[in-house]
Design a protein around this ligand. Structure first.
Ligand SMILES: C[S@@+](CC[C@H](N)C(=O)[O-])C[C@H]1O[C@@H](n2cnc3c(N)ncnc32)[C@H](O)[C@@H]1O
Length: 233
């Protein structure tokens, strides 16, 4: 069941890879750039000191690039199971670089236990079913004291701007997605998964149950997006 879901998700991102970056910036009015920046700030990486970071669901590598750009000592494993997304991201890399794209499923990571000082996942965890398998893998590959930072949409069920946000999600988003990427289904899927996603408290509970400690979160843009920070003690 979840393998089938994974194949559908990978194929959907493969179809929209060419338009992904443009539509991200367009649909969020450029705010997605600030949100990823905040995610990376919350990772508290040591400036120039060497460290290994996992960017899961790395997509077209925007978070990986942000990490490498801000932290000259960071080596980033950019893992994603969708090759066209990674290929699109690769075009933004300088060579030789400190970002290594790796095709991998977040539910079965090809890395040794305790390999990373920190891990990020931006707009990715919503797509993984069951999420608990990804949490378990992220927990396994983090070193003790390692930080997991998750950037994700908040639950679309919360009333934001008197219901305007819900209208945007369910009506405008699929329409704009269809016009540009010719794939209304992908942007319908985006709206549906945001509507079904747990609220910040619910996600924090999931992380605590997965073994993470000191779970906290920060809402941005009226709660449209949330950064969760959790530590493997
Ligand atoms: C919305 S994009 C986010 C990309 C990037 N992190 C960003 O901030 O733009 C979601 C990504 O998650 C990836 N993804 C979804 N499920 C995954 C899984 N089980 N394992 C690895 N990657 C997955 C998709 O292929 C896609 O590239």
């Amino acid at each position: 069941m979840s393998g089938d879901h994974g194949r559908k998700v990978a194929s959907m991102f493969g179809r929209i890879a060419a338009w992904y970056d443009f539509l991200n910036h367009f649909l969020s009015l450029g705010l997605d750039i600030l949100w990823r920046g905040r995610l990376v700030e919350r990772m508290n990486l040591p400036g120039a000191k060497p460290c290994r970071v996992l960017d899961l669901a790395a997509g077209t590598l925007d978070v990986s690039l942000e990490i490498a750009g801000r932290h000259p000592g960071a080596f980033v494993a950019a893992a994603d199971f969708c090759l066209p997304m990674l290929a699109k991201g690769r075009t933004k890399l300088e060579r030789p670089g400190r970002i290594a794209p790796v095709q991998a499923d977040g539910r079965a990571l090809p890395f040794r236990d305790e390999s990373f000082e920190a891990a990020s996942i931006a707009f990715g965890i919503r797509n993984i079913i069951p999420r608990a398998e990804a949490y378990a893998e992220l927990f396994r590959v983090l070193k003790p004291g390692g930080r997991l930072c998750i950037l994700e949409f908040g639950s679309g069920r919360q009333p934001i701007l008197g219901g305007l946000y819900r209208l945007y999600l369910n009506r405008l988003l699929p329409l704009v997605g269809r016009v540009f990427s010719r794939d209304a289904g992908a942007y319908r899927y985006l709206a549906d998964t945001i509507m079904a996603f747990p609220d910040a408290d619910g996600l924090a509970g999931e992380l605590a149950r997965a073994g993470f400690a000191r779970v906290e979160w920060e809402k941005m843009a009226l709660g449209i997006v949330v950064v969760h920070v959790a530590v493997k003690d």
